[in-house]
Design a protein around this ligand. Structure first.
Ligand SMILES: [Zn+2]
Ligand SMILES: [Zn+2]
Length: 608
């Protein structure tokens, strides 16, 4: 990324942050009794949380769209006032005096004063300076950064977009606040572009389409964040797994299977306990031993690697599994399929020597690209997080030689492979450099797909070894990778990417036979059987509705092929093909239709 780009981004970040403050001022002017939560900038804009107190029914009072219009109007007036943002450092007592009517801010000030929390309530290590920023009549607890004055905000580059309930500090036991989201861009054109994507994304919302296309549901009796895959969703998942198995076989992986449950000891050894305990479900006791449900598959694969001795000749060992994991996410943070509590992960662990590492890493990247090609993902970036030498022995495992060597190899592999990547210093995991893969859907929305990680700590914890070419014991490196992410996240992405119009190979129902009248039912059933025998997912619609209603029904379900059969087709043993995109082909022999479909499926083509 160029410096100029960085500066523009930094300025946009300040504008978004400043707009959060301006919005809070506008809300306070319109609702003087409002209590303020937090208001940070985010990727596309900003938000601020407000508590308006209870409504007549005792429920948290919310904002309606007309309120947002009023607030936006008021914000424009404040912006036009050309107020400067001024910074001030204060003592904890002074801060308590300034925010004496703001209960949530007082809670944050306590956190700051104790030195454990920042002004957003995030845990921090060093005791912070308490500071405020003031513009016009409004003062907020804040460490900045901000723009100099409100006139630097492009007044036609922002818009308040939505309101959503949000628990104070994301905890469902706390009060429900009202979060107003706004979006902000350098100019009107970019704002409109973004709003258009948002509009299109709404139509493609995976929660909406998931219901309409009968892909998955959530059931209250099962629990939040625990999706149930319906038969249509099940077909897509099977196809994704089939793809993964084919690719992984081609790339030399072995498949394993591991239990969902394991003794506490395993997670103590892996280091998940106690550090990761917050994201795990509480333990259960059986025969006096504590068991946990797994949040990750890694330790099981390590045990499989360790189950027999290895020589350098057996390496790399690549163990793959679609493993189901369970992670605790706060109820307030669950979101459709994108943030869930149970997930099936396209997981694998590669154990290799330092000499093999670069080649193995390239091969993983190659696999990502093969997938991107299949799914028509044209824009992607790998975010490469590296260590910083000041953190060695604290934030990062103390092995500078390995850090430098693996990072250099990753860098070289990505540069030689022409992979678009950005390097982010000082954001690696404790045990090695990592690569987050960001992809863009067909409508230009960004998703973080998967993480690809190098690990040089855990193999040692598990005493994983191999005998090298000098006859000596050596610890292998481990690569964690999950290019197809989890079924849940991938499905959420694919639904939006295809707008529910899945390519033929992924379509739950590939063809629907539609008889013109009941007289053609027999032929329709015969045809459906012939397609099924040829491996095509087909149904015959023998319902009482008229043909046109049946076609509409099939189109709503995004069935790629409709085969209309009447007298002529029965007589000639043919079909009239009508595709999802409304193109048609009459008098097609059944055999040629079957060949076309099989061809689309085996090549995983995106064509109809
Ligand atoms: Zn602020
Ligand atoms: Zn892993």
């Amino acid at each position: 990324m160029s410096n100029q780009q960085n500066n523009q981004d930094a300025q946009l970040y300040r504008i978004r942050h400043s707009l959060a403050h301006v919005m809070a001022q506008a809300v306070l002017e319109l609702y003087p009794e409002a209590k303020l939560g937090i208001g940070p900038p985010i990727d596309t804009g900003f938000y601020y949380d407000f508590d308006l107190g209870p409504d007549e029914d005792g429920k948290p009072r919310s904002f309606v769209p007309e309120d947002l219009e009023q607030i936006e109007k008021r914000m424009r007036r404040i912006i036009a006032g050309k107020h400067s943002f001024t910074y001030k450092e204060v003592s904890a007592d002074e801060a308590r005096q300034i925010f004496k009517d703001q209960s949530y801010k007082l809670e944050l000030i306590d956190g700051l004063a104790q030195g454990s929390l920042d002004e957003y309530g995030n845990e921090i290590e060093t005791k912070p300076v308490i500071s405020t920023y003031t513009q016009d009549s409004f003062e907020d607890l804040c460490r900045g950064p901000h723009i100099e004055a409100t006139h630097q905000i492009p007044a036609d580059g922002f818009k308040l977009t939505s309101v959503a309930g949000a628990y104070w500090r994301g905890d469902e036991n706390n009060a429900m606040l009202q979060r107003i989201y706004g979006t902000a861009w350098p100019n009107k054109k970019e704002l409109n572009q973004y709003l258009q994507i948002l509009e299109e994304a709404k139509k493609r919302d995976h929660r909406k389409l998931g219901k309409e296309l009968e892909l998955f549901i959530f059931d209250e009796d099962v629990g939040p964040g625990l999706p149930l895959w319906l038969p249509n969703g099940g077909v897509i998942i099977d196809e994704l797994e089939k793809l993964a198995k084919e690719q992984e076989t081609k790339h030399g992986y072995d498949r394993v299977r591991t239990p969902h449950l394991t003794k506490e000891d395993l997670f103590l050894r892996s280091g998940h306990l106690p550090y990761y305990a917050e994201s795990m479900y509480p333990p259960m006791e059986m025969e006096g031993v504590r068991y946990y449900i797994k949040p990750m598959n890694c330790p099981f694969h390590h045990k499989i690697f360790a189950s027999k001795p290895h020589s350098y000749r057996d390496l790399p060992v690549r163990l793959a599994e679609y493993g189901t994991c369970y992670r605790y996410e706060k109820s307030g943070e669950l979101f459709g399929l994108m943030r869930v509590r149970s997930m099936q992960m396209n997981d694998a662990h590669i154990y290799c020597s330092e000499d093999d590492f670069e080649q193995e890493f390239m091969d993983v990247i190659q696999m990502y690209r093969e997938y991107f090609e299949i799914f028509g993902i044209e824009k992607y970036v790998m975010r490469f997080s590296t260590h910083h030498k000041n953190g060695l022995g604290k934030k990062y495992i103390d092995n500078e030689r390995l850090w430098r060597k693996t990072e250099e190899m990753v860098r070289r592999a990505m540069t030689n492979g022409d992979v678009p990547f950005v390097e982010v210093p000082d954001e690696a995991a404790f045990y090695g450099p990592k690569i987050d893969v960001q992809i863009w859907s067909a409508i230009g929305r960004e998703f973080t797909l998967a993480t690809n990680q190098v690990d040089f700590a855990v193999p040692e914890r598990f005493n994983l070894t191999f005998i090298n070419s000098e006859g000596q014991e050596e610890t292998p490196l481990c690569i964690h990778r999950a290019p197809l992410s989890t079924h849940e996240r991938m499905m959420g992405f694919l639904i939006e990417h295809y707008a529910g119009k899945f390519p033929v190979w992924l379509s739950p129902e590939q063809a629907r036979v539609i008889p013109i009248t009941a007289a053609h039912n027999e032929y329709a059933v015969h045809l459906q059987q012939r397609l099924t025998d040829a491996g095509i997912r087909a149904k015959a619609d023998l319902g009482a509705e008229r043909m046109n209603a049946k076609i509409r029904q099939a189109q709503l379900m995004q069935v790629p092929y409709m085969l209309v059969v009447g007298d002529q087709e029965v007589q000639n043993g043919t079909v009239s093909l009508r595709r999802r995109n409304n193109t048609r082909q009459n008098n097609l022999t059944v055999a040629s239709f079957i060949t076309t479909v099989q061809n689309r499926v085996t090549t995983r083509s995106g064509e109809l």
